[in-house]
Write a protein that binds this ligand. Structure first.
Ligand code: GRF
Length: 230
């Protein structure tokens, strides 16, 4: 699936996939995307917008340095959640992306956005879904829970976003081994380095190059082999 333009791609020249990247914090995943576009690990892709709900997100600085348009709107600026949700939808519609990438975005994406961009939103989650995911599993909490449970392997998952929390079709996963002396912070960093910063750019490149198809609740990738990711 080449996002919204799959029907045209057979007779039209492939143009760049426009992506909007939604962030809330440090933006290291955003940086991985920017770098991958720069060094051509991701092809046929341009970032049309970085959105943050948090005015203090360092991700906004990264966007500025890379010359990418950014918008910051916090739910706190609105009287109620519905008004914020409508504003977020309008921001995204104005940017008109082919794909929305949730890269450490702590805002719960409202159903009106999921519906408007059905099959065109992806998220990076720092565990091997369906472990350690769903409501309440974000940031360091994911890694705290994994260590608490004593699992030997964790990792990261890139998946399409549907109306549930971390329930959409899985695109890519990469495992990361757990060490006995790991702390949540150390594990978080290793999962970012070894998994997130690799599979998120890879998933975008696959989508940009028409290699990803959703069939039911599963994703099929043209030319996929274990070695694609490991
Ligand atoms: C990442 O661990 C991501 O998986 C999670 O939030 C973190 C964001 O980090 N959803 P960054 O802002 O990309 O540095």
């Amino acid at each position: 699936m080449r996002a919204a333009r799959s029907a045209q791609s057979s007779y039209k020249e492939v143009t760049d996939l426009k992506i909007a990247v939604l962030v809330s914090g440090g933006g290291t995943n955003l940086q991985a995307i920017i770098d991958a576009i720069e060094n051509k690990t991701i092809t046929n892709t341009e970032i049309c917008l970085v959105y943050s709900n948090n005015p203090n997100a360092y991700a906004l600085e990264r966007a500025k340095k890379a010359g990418i348009k950014s918008v910051c709107k916090s739910p706190k600026e609105f009287e109620n959640r519905e008004d914020f949700n409508k504003a977020l939808l309008q921001i995204l519609k104005d940017a008109d992306p082919d794909l929305i990438v949730l890269a450490g975005c702590l805002v719960v994406i409202p159903d009106i956005v999921v519906k408007a961009f059905e099959g065109r939103i992806i998220n990076i989650h720092p565990s091997l879904i369906p472990s350690f995911c769903g409501t309440g599993y974000y940031g360091l909490k994911v890694h705290e829970k994994a260590l608490e449970r004593g699992v030997r392997v964790s990792g990261a998952t890139v998946h399409f976003v549907d109306e549930g929390t971390d329930t959409g079709p899985i695109i890519l996963q990469k495992p990361v081994m757990i060490r006995q002396d790991d702390t949540p912070e150390v594990l978080q960093k290793r999962i970012m380095e070894q998994a997130e910063w690799k599979i998120l750019p890879m998933a975008i490149d696959l989508i940009a190059n028409n290699k990803v198809q959703i069939r039911g609740n599963k994703v099929f990738i043209e030319g996929y082999e274990e070695e694609t990711v490991f």
